[in-house]
Structures are given as C-alpha cells and as structure tokens.
Write a protein that binds this ligand. Structure first.
Ligand code: SAM
Length: 219
C-alpha cells in the first residue's frame, strides 16, 4: 500500500545518502528504550534540516520541542566551532533522555536543553538573537511560538514549523482540533506579518503525510 511505499522510498534515500550513522541510530534506540513517542523527524527530514542550517550558515539555533534530541543533534552538527543551539522541552523525562543522547553525541558544549513550558522559558531568551528557529512542540501554541520566534530573530533568520499539513486537515477551515487550529493560526500569522516571507511544503515518508512551513525574516 501507499504508506509502505513511502516508507520504502524514505529507506532507499536514507540508506543511499547517509547510510552509516551510529550516533543517530543510538539516539533512536535510546528514545525507544526510554519509551519516548516516535514523533521525531525522520532521518531524511533530520538531514534536510541539517543541510538547511548549513546553507544558512547558522550560528545560533533555537528549537522549540526537543523530545529525545534527535532533531537537535542533526541541527547542532551543522554548527560551526563557535555555534550554539538552545532547545526547549516541557517534559523533564524527555529532556533527561535528550541530555544523555547529546552527551553521547559529544555535543554537550554546543546544546543547552531548557526544561519547562516553552512559553515560560522563552522570556529568559529576551535579548538573544537567533538565525535559525525550528518550531516542533505543542501545535496549539504555534501562533505564540511564531510571535516569539519573530521577536528573537536576526534579520534574515530562517523559521521552520513542522507538521503543518496534518494529513491534509490544515485545509479544513472548520476543523475543531486544537492542533489543526494552532497550525492554521500560525499560517495566518505568517501570511499577515510583513516581517516574514514564507511558504509551506507537503511531504510523505516514513512519518506519513505531513509537511513544513519555511519562512525567512526580512532584512
Ligand atoms: N523536534 C523533535 C525531534 O524531531 O526529534 C520532536 C519534538 S516532539 C514532536 C514535541 C515535543 O514538544 C515533545 O517532547 C513534547 O514534550 C514537547 N512539548 C509539548 N508541549 C511543550 C511546551 N509547552 N513547551 C515545550 N515543549 C513542549
């Protein structure tokens, strides 16, 4: 069936293009051993985020939604020697697994996990400037996260929001689900705010049918 085909094609690309990655494999194993939900980005999406951060030559990355640190590690690997990534996680159990994974990946000097509800920890970042922001936490709060992301962005910053398609539900204007509504409000804000120029892309793969929004903060 179609879902199996998407999985097979994802597997084809990841085994061809980034086959040997014991560190990333170990992260996924540790997450599964700790019973974390398997809602991290897929290997191809992780590598894609990594390449986007490299394209941008990002030096200061902010991530909202850490889980076990899988996407954090992909992103932090794109950083230069003096680069830094701050990642925000609500669940202390997730944060603990992430910190262990980050240490095992040798990235503990480059990544800081801030534990708490992101809307409580984001104010502590006031005054800092990020050039790459990845939003991947509780979707009902997406519009708030976008407002913070814009506030904490350098001119030219890249802002990415994950899971904006939700198997197509995003296009249903009457949808009642809080996550779908959060994503719709996020898209409306992207459309209205003159500071950012954006688009969204649908994706299929091992994580199903979804997609991401990408915006660039104007100079
Ligand atoms: N970015 C991760 C990856 O790809 O490896 C996946 C993140 S997962 C989809 C979403 C995470 O956001 C979960 O670990 C969840 O506990 C966290 N989260 C939920 N509500 C939050 C909040 N209010 N503040 C910060 N994190 C939150």
């Amino acid at each position: 069936n179609q879902t199996e085909l998407w999985k097979d094609v994802d597997h084809y690309f990841s085994t061809k293009l980034h086959p040997e990655d014991p560190i990333m494999d170990a992260v996924l194993k540790a997450n599964s051993d700790a019973n974390l939900p398997a809602i991290d980005v897929s290997p191809n999406q992780g590598k894609f985020l990594h390449l986007l951060a490299k394209l941008k030559r990002a030096k200061n990355i902010l991530e909202i939604g850490t889980l076990g640190g899988y996407s954090s590690i992909w992103l932090a690997r794109a950083l230069p020697e003096d680069g830094y990534l701050t990642t925000l996680e609500y669940d202390p159990r997730h944060a603990k697994v992430a910190e262990e994974n980050i240490r095992n990946a040798g990235l503990e000097k480059k990544i800081n996990v801030l534990v708490g509800a992101a809307l409580d920890t984001l104010p502590s970042l006031k005054g800092k400037e990020f050039d790459f922001i990845f939003i991947d936490a509780d979707k009902p709060n997406n519009p708030h996260y976008l407002k913070w992301a814009l506030e904490l962005s350098k001119p030219g910053a890249v802002i990415i929001g994950d899971n904006v398609v939700r198997e197509g539900q995003v296009a249903d204007e009457n949808h009642k689900d809080a996550s779908v509504k959060g994503v719709q409000q996020f898209i409306d804000l992207l459309a209205e705010d003159p500071r950012i120029d954006s688009t969204a892309i649908q994706t299929v793969g091992s994580k199903g049918y979804d997609g991401f929004a990408l915006g660039i903060v104007k100079d």
